[in-house]
Design a protein around this ligand. Structure first.
Ligand code: CP3
Length: 347
């Protein structure tokens, strides 16, 4: 196969799978692989608040690299958070113990969108520095994934002021003032494209867009209010780094998400991988074990993981992952067990 000298071997299975090239064993990494299920992480967090951890490139790098090594993942994901970009845009952001993230001054009217700032390029320099340090510390064969929140999911945090069950305020905003909604989504795209491109320039070899909450929308709303903006974002990204486009609750949105863009579509655990892949056609897929399966015993983990591997059938273009992030109560030995079993699987 034509590869620049040595690149194919050095790139490893994850990047090959993103490009739907054959690779030996199925590559695997897990969303939230650096997090509270790891004792080392919990210990660090007793000393350092979450935002400070994200803002300290050396610590963020250490957490990223240690997690990938600990579980034997085929890729590392930058330790950071999708909401950090909202601060330089003028939003207050606090992570409260129990309640999750809180955005201090939620957007409720068109005027609030006009008052947002353009994120200055230097304001997230600590993220790019973390990427550079991670790239230096990681073994050459383990690629680094950068990431950002997708415009819809970030807009929902800006409008709701935090997490939400029904996204009523977000939908109300979208339906009542579609012009202000478009203006907000366009501002987010203007901030996100240079943010992701900065990560790629600093050394991220793939990027994932987290549209975690977009599954609250039906297909018509997705096509009208989200697709054009996500598409503009994907088109604005530097070529060369594969884009993973992930959301949850997206069973009715998969075709539209694919239209919006991405080299890899991230599947949540509510769909069957085989059927979802058939619907999606010629694109790589990532997923999709229920994170809760890792709370079960090894027989259950093996059974569920092998069902997914069988559905993928060893076709090039499958990256094994969970259907959402690792749960904090997950035993780390179960994570290791899963990674080893994916690597050992031989159709
Ligand atoms: O290991 C990794 O995946 C990389 C790091 C990462 C974090 N957040 C660290 C984090 C990534 C990729 C994210 C993305 C993120 N952040 C998403 C999209 C993924 C998803 O889960 O759907 C979302 C919606 C957020 C927003 C966010 N950040 C929430 C809702 C919370 C609180 C809930 C929770 O899990 O605690 C956070 C905080 C957060 N981000 C933590 C971590 C490790 C926990 C902070 C702590 O240590 O207390």
């Amino acid at each position: 196969m034509a590869h620049p000298a040595g690149e194919g071997a050095a790139q490893g299975a994850f990047l090959r799978a993103c490009r739907r090239e054959p690779c030996g064993a199925t590559p695997v990494w897990l969303m939230r692989q650096a997090g509270r299920y790891l004792k080392e992480y919990r210990e660090l967090r007793e000393r350092v608040p979450f935002k400070e951890l994200c803002r300290d490139p050396a610590l963020a790098a250490e957490v990223t690299v240690a997690a990938a090594r600990r579980i034997g993942a085929d890729a590392a994901i930058l330790f950071s958070d999708i909401l950090l970009i909202l601060e330089p845009m003028g939003m207050g952001l606090e992570y409260s113990k129990g309640d999750g993230p809180v955005l201090g001054n939620p957007l409720r009217a068109a005027g609030d969108v006009d008052r947002l700032r353009e994120a200055e390029p230097g304001s997230l320099g600590f993220v790019f520095e973390a990427v550079r340090q991670i790239r230096r510390a990681l073994p050459a064969e383990v690629p680094l994934i950068g990431f950002a929140g997708a415009p819809f999911t970030l807009a929902s945090y800006m409008i709701e002021g935090g997490g939400s069950r029904d996204f009523a305020l977000t939908k109300e905003f979208m339906y009542r003032d579609p012009a202000a909604w478009s203006a907000l989504m366009e501002r987010l795209v203007r901030a996100l494209a240079p943010y992701l491109n900065g990560q790629i320039e600093a050394g991220a070899q793939a990027v994932q867009l987290f549209d975690s909450w977009v599954g609250c929308l039906g297909p018509a709303d997705y096509r009208e209010f989200v697709l054009p903006h996500t598409k503009a974002l994907v088109r604005g990204l530097r070529p060369g780094a594969p884009v993973i486009h992930f959301g949850t609750g997206t069973a009715s949105l998969l075709e539209a998400m694919r239209e919006a863009g991405g080299d890899v579509i991230g599947l949540d655990f509510r769909v069957e991988l085989g059927e979802a892949w058939r619907r999606l056609g010629e694109v790589a897929v990532q997923g999709n074990l229920d994170p809760a399966a890792l709370l079960g015993d090894r027989r259950l983990i093996r059974r569920r993981a092998e069902e997914i591997l069988r559905q993928a059938g060893g076709r090039p273009g499958h990256i094994f992952n969970l259907g959402h992030g690792v749960l904090p109560a997950t035993p780390v030995d179960n994570v290791r067990f899963l990674v080893d079993l994916v690597h050992a699987w031989k159709g």
